[in-house]
Design a protein around this ligand. Structure first.
Ligand SMILES: Cc1cc2nc3c(=O)[nH]c(=O)nc-3n(C[C@H](O)[C@H](O)[C@H](O)COP(=O)(O)O)c2cc1C
Length: 331
């Protein structure tokens, strides 16, 4: 190609990438939950679900600290109170699940002998508000954590597809036994069956074992309270070299599909697993690239922590929304 045309083509390509970056930035400015959270019922709901999860996650820790979560639960109730005032007339039923989590938290924490009287007081007030907004009492449905035996989970994972999906949970406590390398290889080969755009299979995996896995999870900072439990961590990345200028986000789509299959494959093979976020700002991801030898051309998708299930498995409830809240039929 004529050198001038080549330079011109490159300039156009790079300008296109900048345009994409700016378009994405504009969308973030307009819609991120960090901005004007209270002005939008959905931002409020999403951010409350996030706080709710930190509480149920705390309950599912291998050994929760006595009296943990008091500040967190008070904060959650502040947000629920604000939500009730702003959007209670629009969707008060949304409050059901977080209130049930709080009920689970209070009953667990009182059982440990810790003083949560302030939490209980606020909770009772909120409950009254909930009853007057919805016209009914809080349904008696356990939330917070669930418990199953590893035997039941393994059997369900080998049942039909529904049973596989229903029995998979994010696992934050493991037996400490080492995961055999053959099992990891088998899970990777099952995940390799993932579809990808034009079958390019742009995903990559980096398996970290022992202290190196703990180090990776420590860098991530989202696993406080169970970092030491994760002694096998598979970092899923996607190779930007697989994708063209008109598909700037395809790496995340293909990598995400792969990661989900890997999670299900590990579960199917009888292991516990947990997806661990890599959805960070660029500077933090660069820290990880440098510390864990991840090349610049690979974008981190997610870390999959895995391990042998303990005999009794405790996991966060993480209840799902009704489909009516997430689906739209178009005709
Ligand atoms: C992309 C992604 C990132 C996640 N990051 C974390 C994390 O940093 N720490 C953590 O404890 N759990 C993390 N999780 C686990 C979720 O909290 C969990 O999957 C969710 O609550 C649903 O529960 P379930 O996996 O038991 O169905 C992550 C999950 C996903 C999909």
């Amino acid at each position: 190609m004529n050198p001038i045309r080549k330079i011109w083509k490159r300039i156009k390509l790079d300008a296109g990438f900048c345009h994409e970056g700016l378009a994405h930035a504009r969308r973030l400015c307009a819609h991120s939950a960090s901005a004007d959270t209270e002005s939008d019922i959905y931002k409020m709901q999403y951010s409350i679900l996030r706080i709710n999860h930190t509480l149920e996650k705390g309950l599912s820790m291998p050994s929760p600290r006595k009296g943990f979560g008091i500040r967190r639960s008070l904060f959650l109730m502040d947000r629920l109170g604000l939500y009730a005032r702003l959007y209670g007339g629009q969707d008060a039923e949304f409050l059901t699940y977080p209130l049930q989590t709080l009920a689970g938290y209070i009953s667990y924490t009182e059982g440990t002998g810790a003083d949560v009287s302030e939490v209980r007081r606020k909770y009772e007030t909120l409950l009254k508000e909930y009853e007057s907004l919805t016209g009914h009492a809080l349904p008696d449905r356990p939330a917070g954590t669930q418990i199953s035996s590893s035997k039941d989970i393994r059997e369900a994972a080998r049942g039909d597809f529904r049973s596989l999906l229903e029995s998979r949970h994010a696992i934050r406590a493991y037996s400490g036994e080492e995961v055999p390398e053959e099992t990891i290889m088998e899970a990777l080969s099952l995940a390799q069956l993932t579809p990808s755009a034009c079958n390019r299979q742009g995903w990559k995996t980096h398996v970290f074992r022992g202290e190196k896995a703990v180090e990776l999870v420590r860098w991530q900072e989202g696993c406080k309270g169970f970092e030491e439990q994760i002694r096998t961590a598979i970092l899923v990345t996607a190779d930007l070299r697989a994708f063209l200028d008109f598909e700037p986000y395809q790496a995340y789509v293909d990598g995400g599909l792969y990661a989900m299959n890997l999670l299900n494959a590990l579960h199917y093979l009888g292991l516990g697993a947990i997806p661990i976020s890599c959805g960070f700002k660029d500077a933090k991801l660069n820290e990880m690239r440098a510390a864990f030898s991840i090349p610049e051309n690979e974008v981190p998708i997610v870390i999959v922590g895995t391990g042998v299930l303990p005999e009794t498995v405790k996991y966060a409830t993480s209840r799902r929304k009704d489909i009516s809240k997430t689906n739209t039929f178009h005709e």
